[in-house]
Design a protein around this ligand. Structure first.
Ligand SMILES: [Fe+2]
Length: 418
């Protein structure tokens, strides 16, 4: 903590310095003018004083005058209240009536002369404690920082990409693969098989007869659609938390991902850029970094403890992109997937940005627009830069939006119990 002591009386200065020096780094000056100058120089160097004690009565610019000047400077710098220097007026007994005017001018506290060592010490201890809690951050911030640190050191165990997703991806890449191959791979996973059959029998896909085998399910759903559904179901397993509050966030995040997947697919279709199923999969995994952080938080937070959710969401927003990029790389996805995870928030978008990043940026905004998001936001999709670079006009955008809305409400029924 940095403190500036301002007093024209050398003895008072020395006494204050002595008391405070156990808690802070102290500078002292003997006039109002020097006080303002020293204050603004420190501010310019970005090493501002945390506290200034101002003697009220000084020749030339007095304490009140210095207080006004300092607050004026802070105002021109647009410093918020919590960034302003704490100012303590130092008053002789006869000046107590002036304290009220000083408070109106923006001082924070006062101390009386002659100094009572304990009172002064306690006040400064209070300032020091406030400063250190500000520095060390809130509970959730500390936890995320801990996770970020462990992540950088490679100490966070990364979740495993479900085997079935890898296998299905491999089959799709294989040029001579058939629907039977696909069915054989899916059959190896009993849980996914069950869910896929349930999906094929859901109102959205239901045909004349009830399906009971994977091969007929794959036929009814089609090759690509099967891949999308299997990926979606398998991915959902990554969005689970023990903690009730995190469980709810994961659920929202999962729907945000699914909406972004449908959005990515619809945008790829309508814009004519890129591989439609790849866009679906990119949408599905673009925010996987958030799931990874929530999962790590879930492990270190007692189940009965709630965290500040608004703050958590803001912090996630800040750090998730790097986490996602690293996880996707670890899973062996092509670089373009990591790039999507890293850049989908639309930071540096230009006409040179790869189309899939533009598509997923737009898709995740579309998901927000229709209410599938961790936070509410009014968004005009047509005004988003990525929509412009993809040459999607407002009419096309609203068609896509309606499509995705429809698909999501159907998907909610399909995926509800998974
Ligand atoms: Fe994101």
């Amino acid at each position: 903590m940095k403190v500036l002591v301002v007093d024209d009386d050398a003895l008072s200065r020395k006494m204050l310095e002595k008391i405070i020096s156990t808690l802070a780094e102290v500078t002292s000056v003997d006039s109002g003018v020097s006080a303002v100058l020293t204050f603004s120089q420190a501010l310019e160097k970005s090493t501002p004083f945390d506290v200034i004690t101002l003697d009220i009565t000084m020749p030339g610019l007095d304490g009140m005058g210095a207080l006004q000047e300092i607050r004026k400077i802070e105002k021109t710098k647009n410093l918020s209240k919590d960034k302003q220097t704490k100012i303590i007026m130092v008053t002789a007994h006869s000046e107590k009536h002036m304290v009220l005017s000083c408070i109106k001018m923006g001082c924070d506290d006062y101390i009386a002369k002659p100094f009572d060592k304990d009172i002064v010490l306690n006040k400064f201890k209070g300032f020091a404690a406030a400063k250190s809690s500000e520095k060390s951050g809130s509970d959730v911030e500390q936890k995320v920082q801990q996770i970020v640190r462990r992540f950088k050191e490679g100490k966070i165990s990364l979740p495993v990409l479900p085997r079935i997703v890898q296998d299905v991806q491999a089959i799709i890449k294989e040029p001579h693969s058939t629907m039977d191959h696909l069915a054989q791979v899916i059959e190896k996973d009993a849980l996914i098989s069950m869910k896929l059959i349930a999906t094929a029998n859901s109102p959205v896909y239901r045909g004349a007869e009830k399906i009971q085998s994977i091969s007929t399910a794959v036929q009814r759903l089609g090759y690509k659609e099967t891949q999308s559904i299997v990926s979606a179901i398998a991915n959902k397993g990554l969005y689970i938390a023990k903690h009730k509050q995190f469980g709810k966030l994961m659920e929202k995040l999962w729907y945000h991902s699914l909406a972004s997947a449908y959005g990515g697919r619809a945008i790829a279709q309508k814009s004519g850029y890129g591989d439609v199923e790849k866009a679906f999969f990119m949408g599905l995994v673009h925010d996987i970094g958030k799931a990874l952080i929530i999962k790590a938080l879930d492990e270190i937070t007692p189940t009965n403890k709630e965290v500040d959710e608004t703050e958590l969401i803001a912090i996630l927003q800040d750090v998730h992109t790097r986490f996602g990029a690293v996880l996707l790389k670890h899973w062996g996805f092509a670089d373009e997937f990591s790039q999507v995870a890293l850049l989908h928030e639309g930071q540096d978008i230009s006409d040179k940005t790869p189309k899939e990043i533009l598509m997923i940026n737009l898709a995740s905004n579309l998901a927000r627009r229709i209410g599938y998001s961790l936070f509410d936001m009014e968004i005009d999709l047509a005004s988003i830069t990525s929509a412009r670079f993809l040459r999607l006009n407002p009419g096309l955008l609203s068609t896509i939006t309606e499509n995705v809305k429809q698909q999501l409400s159907e998907a909610r029924d399909t995926f509800q119990d998974f």
